[in-house]
Design a protein around this ligand. Sequence first.
Ligand code: PLP
Length: 449
Amino acid sequence: RRTALADHYAAQNLAAPAAMDAFWMPFTANRQFRGTPRLLASAEGMYYRDVDGRQILDGTAGLWCCNAGHARPRIVEAVARQVATLDFAPNFQMGSPLPFVLAERLKAIAPRPLDHVFYTNSGSESVDTALKIALAYHRARGEGQRIRLIGRENAYHGVGFGGISVGGLPNNRKWFGPGLPAVDHLRHTLDIGRNAFSRGLPAHGVELAEDLERLVQLHDASTIAAVIIEPISGSAGVILPPPGYLQRIREICDRHGILLIFDEVITGFGRVGEPFAAQRFGVTPDMMTTAKGLTSGCVPMGAVFVSEMIHRAFMQGADSAIDLFHGYTYTGHPLACAAALATLDTYEEEGLFTRALELEAYWQEGLHALRGKPHVIDIRNYGLIGAVELAPQDGAPGARGYQVLERAFRKGLLVRITGDTVALSPPLIVERRHIDDIFSMLGEVLDGL
Ligand code: PLP
């Protein structure tokens, strides 16, 4: 494999690295990885190719982001044209046309009244931006004592200090000190005991929404700024809301003047058969954090959708006063905007926002046919999202999941694992034959465990 690798670098006119340890890989067992590297070299449509030229079916849209598939010519050309036309333009007290054009397009597909868009470069930045806007909103209205932020156990909201504070994954928090003060967490809704092998939303657990009332009683509503929730969590292991749960959270927030933020970083841009999960679930938050599918993953970009009510609260001072002291050098980057516009064109022209709904039943049948395979203790699905939960090996949590990742890759299938949960989220251009291939390869891997 060293030779194949060397050939690959040579073909690209790159000097092969002497070793692989200068790049400190994120969320990766770096030393283990160097022993059996999995290196993707190119991508097109539903497939990657690795450095050995082997075809790998993309079961995860990269990292839940390449919703339009890979290297779509219209997106590639839009980015190439843009970099040659206007490679960068500042957006602080200055502007360029594309961010304004894109914001109107995004507003048109978002639920009303989420009419304003703040751009970021990632999901993590979107989350921290939304949390800051929530705090500043209350302060702007004379309720600066509302500083408490409520997240959920087992939630993933990226890796900024705000995101890990409201997030609920122990490993992402415990190494990094106390995080933000005045944060609390609702219980999550994963309940394999009562809901194992549910098809679609789990029947049990709507009462867990009342946990928010408990925290309101504990802290007093007048101290709480916002609740942030993933309508469906992905990176935290695919956790689905029981029917009525999100509605109930919305009601409790309304009753107490608490803002509701949906983290739609993975559910946004068609993953569940509507542009956003808020629309599929019929619950409108006050803000939505997004990223990933916004550009189909090809240029980093995030966006926070903000309600008219929140935006208005910032527009009360003098016209000459800066209304939000927040932003990034790359906010509204021209390449990202060009990529996002071409991606939206692709989603709309190819009907990709409804594709997950059209394929949901077929996807569900294929996925649930894996029930009964060795070590499978739960299967969950919604839209074009799937999860296969494996019983952990004694004393080695995560080992079985890793084995599936490794063996699936060698077989020609990209899956995502978090612990012993195998997560699937194919590009929305997936066809039935790809779905058949995903589940047949995964089934063979599970049979061999
Ligand atoms: N929020 C959610 C719900 C996510 O799933 C993710 C990433 O998977 C993030 C935030 C962080 O996004 P990023 O990795 O782009 O910072």
